[in-house]
Design a protein around this ligand. Structure first.
Ligand code: OXD
Ligand code: MN
Length: 595
């Protein structure tokens, strides 16, 4: 088959000449095609059938044990000019990069099928959506792309109409970590990925296209491509506010996007609507507000820790028609991971479970499932114009210092809060876990260009005609002296989101502090929550001495983006430093008590 679009046909031919596949398959995205691929993978062992009585349509894929997470050191952004990549990216000269990776692609698909996957990121008829074509030799990638994107015939029709698309070339190669690269060429709107079958490295629509390439496109076209969930909060009056929230990988974006309101809120008529759990594209609308779409059609969620206690909606979503990767199984051949009741019998590598080998499920094991299977799925995920955003939230895992919630005084301060974000590392990327690292806007692994230019782009949205959302910073992970989390998290986070909405609507006034606006006494609804005064004080404490050190560290970090660090951000930091200096050396705990 060929395409009406000559550029696409030519590119597929060129790739086939280089990679020499046995067969070429153009994906139509149909259910029949998906089922045929599943049967083929069951036959060749790349998928294992799970218990079809308890989990109909669910399968397990075990990856190569050395191919289980994103690999940041092998992920390159190849701008013609190295300075444009910034210190936040690994860079290689585009010509050298092409030569290096094309040598690996040479003949790599011999005996394999080359799949052509046309896909659309975002609702198929939305002007905010963007299309791409991924070429891969992995049936597992095709099956995942079918769930994660709008893939197949309708996407191809749009690509042929528009004439432009992001080109992504992927081969699992030999899965040899020594022969692995994930390369981005933003100026050419292209991606080349070799040697990994792992989600973020191989499902090119996700991190590679929807974040690294799209962030660069967004900068030139005046929008934002962000590592954010999108959640709708409907109040008892039937009004829905949409919130976009950025957290680093494996910090609970999926849980927050589909949270279950606490009992009292549920009874009162509050509802939560899930639009997306990982990526958000935001465009200024004609009315000056920011409108967001979720470019994805599925969740590629972290399995461990997901349970009926932490995320019942995710559990319902993945009870059927789900691909699991690197989870364990129990005696009844059901998927199992740490945090679920029961015991595993076979670990993620297919060995009889032995605690001496570590966790039964890989800490970065995943589920791939359509967003439509989520009980809180919002019809607005299909809205061509997107949803208006009332609040932007930044957050990370911070065991100390950062309060439960604080609001930026204005947009510049909010951009500073995002730029200053830090979090303890997780298993979503290779490397040490639990180390504090700065991760501006949770985009450290995903911003396709220089962070200094990216901060300037964020600041540029602050125009006279703009009606921008308020910006907040949250920390669900603050710990007490006993080393335990102070805040219960999960569904209770709605209490904090309600405060944000009340702030956005002007119903509460908050309390100014040097670091931002915190909830004033009585403004957080704590009804029905067992949280004593001392814990609340600890959650909202502003430790001036600790903050001085923090602001110092933020300043040093931001200066690593000089000379491209916007002066406005430097001034904003200076303003906070001054405000803190004027405040008492050790502020009395700024408590907001429940009324
Ligand atoms: C993800 C990640 O897979 O951020 O979403 O690593
Ligand atoms: Mn992510």
């Amino acid at each position: 088959m060929t395409s009406k679009l000559e550029a696409l046909t030519q590119w597929v031919k060129q790739v086939a000449t280089l990679t020499r596949p046995a067969k070429i398959h153009w994906c139509d995205g149909s259910d029949a095609e998906y089922q045929a691929l599943v049967q083929q993978m069951l036959a060749d062992g790349s998928l294992i059938e799970l218990n079809q009585q308890t989990h109909p349509g669910c399968y397990l894929h075990r990856s190569d044990p050395k191919d289980v997470a994103r690999v940041e050191q092998l992920t390159l952004v190849c701008h013609p000019n190295q300075d444009d990549a910034g210190p936040n990216n690994h860079w290689m000269d585009p010509a050298a990069a092409h030569a290096k990776i094309d040598a690996l692609f040479n003949g790599c698909m011999q005996g394999r099928t080359l799949y052509v996957i046309p896909y659309c990121m975002g609702p198929i008829d939305s002007p905010l959506s963007r299309c791409g074509v991924e070429i891969t030799d992995s049936a597992y990638v095709v099956a995942n792309m079918k769930i994660m994107t709008r893939m197949g015939a309708p996407a191809l029709a749009r690509i042929e109409r528009e004439g432009s698309f992001v080109k992504g070339l992927h081969s699992t190669g030999e899965l040899d970590p020594e022969r692995r690269w994930i390369m981005h060429f933003p100026a050419e709107l292209s991606i080349k990925s070799y040697g990994s079958g792992y989600g973020g490295n191989a499902l090119l629509g996700k991190k590679c296209h929807a974040l690294r390439i799209a962030s660069k496109q967004a900068r030139s076209e005046g929008w934002l491509a962000e590592h954010m969930l999108i959640v709708g909060i409907e109040n008892p009056q039937g009004q829905t506010h949409y919130i976009a929230a950025a957290f680093p990988s494996a910090c609970g974006k999926t849980n927050l996007s589909m949270l279950i309101p606490p009992e009292g809120y549920r009874r009162g008529g509050w509802k939560v609507w899930t639009v997306g759990d990982d990526i958000c594209w935001m465009h200024p609308g004609a009315d000056g507000r920011l409108y967001a779409i979720n470019p994805e059609a599925g969740f590629f969620g972290v399995a461990p820790g997901t349970s009926d206690n932490t995320n019942p909606n995710a559990m319902k979503s993945i009870s059927h028609d789900t691909i699991f990767t690197n989870v364990a199984v129990n005696a009844d051949n059901q998927p199992w991971w740490e945090g679920l009741p029961g015991t595993p019998v076979t670990d993620w590598q297919g060995r009889p479970y032995d605690p001496a080998n570590g966790p039964a499920a890989h800490p970065n094991s995943r589920f791939t499932v359509s967003v439509r299977q989520c009980p809180t799925w919002s019809e607005m995920t299909e809205a061509a114009q997107g949803v208006p955003i009332s609040a932007i939230v930044f957050g990370g895992r911070r065991p100390s210092l950062l309060p439960l919630v604080m609001e930026a005084r204005d947009w510049s301060h909010g951009v500073l809060m995002g730029a200053a974000m830090g979090s303890e590392t997780t298993a979503a990327a290779t490397g040490a876990v639990g180390v504090l690292r700065r991760d501006s806007m949770a985009m450290k692994p995903f911003c396709g260009y220089h962070y200094g230019d990216y901060f300037a782009h964020w600041l540029s949205f602050d125009r006279p005609s703009a009606k921008l959302p308020k910006i907040f910073h949250v920390n669900w992970f603050r710990k007490g002296a006993d080393g335990k989390f102070l805040w219960p998290g999960f569904g209770e986070n709605l209490r904090v989101l309600e405060w944000m909405i009340n702030r956005a609507e002007g119903h509460v006034s908050g309390m100014e502090t040097p670091i931002g606006i915190l909830p004033a006494a009585g403004e957080l609804n704590l009804e029905g929550l067992k949280l004593d005064r001392a814990r609340l004080d600890a959650l909202l404490e502003v430790d001036a001495v600790g903050w001085q050190a923090e602001l110092n560290a933020i300043g040093n970090y931001l200066e690593s983006f000089a000379p491209r660090l916007p002066e406005r951000l430097r001034q904003e930091l200076q303003r906070v430093v001054e405000a803190l200096r004027k405040a008492d050396a050790k502020l009395a705990p700024l408590a907001a008590a429940a009324s």
